[in-house]
Ligand binder design. Sequence first.
Ligand code: SF4
Length: 422
Amino acid sequence: MNRHDSERVAGILARAGWRETREAREADAVIFMTCCVREGAENRVYGHLGDLKTMKQENPGLVIAVGGCMAQKEGERLLERVPHLDLVFGTHQFTGIAELLEEAGREPLSMTGLNGFELGGLPLSRRESFRAWVPITSGCNNYCSYCIVPMVRGVEKSRPRKEILAEVVGLVREGATEINLLGQNVNSYGRDICGRPVFDELLREMDARFPNVWLRFVTSHPRDFSDHIIEAIADCDSVCEHIHLPIQAGSDRVLELMNRGYTKDYFLGRIARLRERVPGCTISTDILLAFPGETEEDFLETLDAVERSAFDSAFTFIYSPREGTPAARLPDSLPRQVKQERFERLQERLRSLTLESNRRDEGRTLEVLVEGPSAKNPAVLTARTRHHKIVNFPGDPELAGRRVMVVVEKAGLWSMQGSLAG
Ligand code: SF4
């Protein structure tokens, strides 16, 4: 979502005549688009802001701005904490960013109102021409007890179907071959719109209209991951066989404290149904460890759920309290060392599951979308399979943005190696 927000802000500024530079020293303005889901992300922003202090002293005309979720959450407090910061603009303030930068050049400014922001009709400055991010909802109504998102993104709001389809028509015309539908909970798309469509109907319509794109979506909420949605994934050839379904915890007690709205058995039932209807589908997840009061038994339930779900990959985080959320008021007495030890035990099991999953692809010939030269080794190209796995292989950089067939030769943990299929 942040990446997409950044493309919007860059697009709006480009339309207003600004040009992008990768060199902060050349810039008239430096903008940080931020996340506040975890404390670590916020700390990094403070670090980056600290790095710019000298530059601001040397060039007082430089406008430094923080936008997005952390700006929404902190507001004026950010200006107080970072005196060389000029502008704080929240999640609903992108439209006027060019004017805000001008104003903040005269005196520090904080704009964090949550009204009046529509995604439709705003320009985009896209990083890649072949892959595009299309928000279908904004905000969230779920109020998971640990999560700050509903407070900084507002209530859930679905974009009108016509607006989404018009945006995708434009993106496909410009060369996009992979469309990623975005939302805090895409599965509940359309429920706030009188009548239809709901998410599975949107998937079916997009599949019919854009049969040649690869269609992906994030994030799914397990509670709303209905049979209708699973059937649409099974029926629609354009929908890629990879689903991100955050479990967060395997203990029913902790899931209830988290206000997630499902049990471990329910979650496992969704996984079983998905694997039955979409054979070979890969599943990734998010796990939040060491939620306040998590016992060893709770943790073992999570390990068991991981084992039985056989996730292909996972993002694991140690809980950090977010001010303003209900969970931040819960006593958190678990020693740091215990949290770390559970994290490592879980990681070990997840790593072996990922490796097993990747090894199953060895010897297979798979279609991939080429992203371009690998950042780590520009001598090879990096690409993604429909199952969202990375394959690196030698090839012509001109293949960037194209779909090709590769033979997977060797599986690693983070990526696989292959060669172009003859
Ligand atoms: S579904 Fe829960 S975790 Fe996800 S954004 Fe909404 S409140 Fe946060």
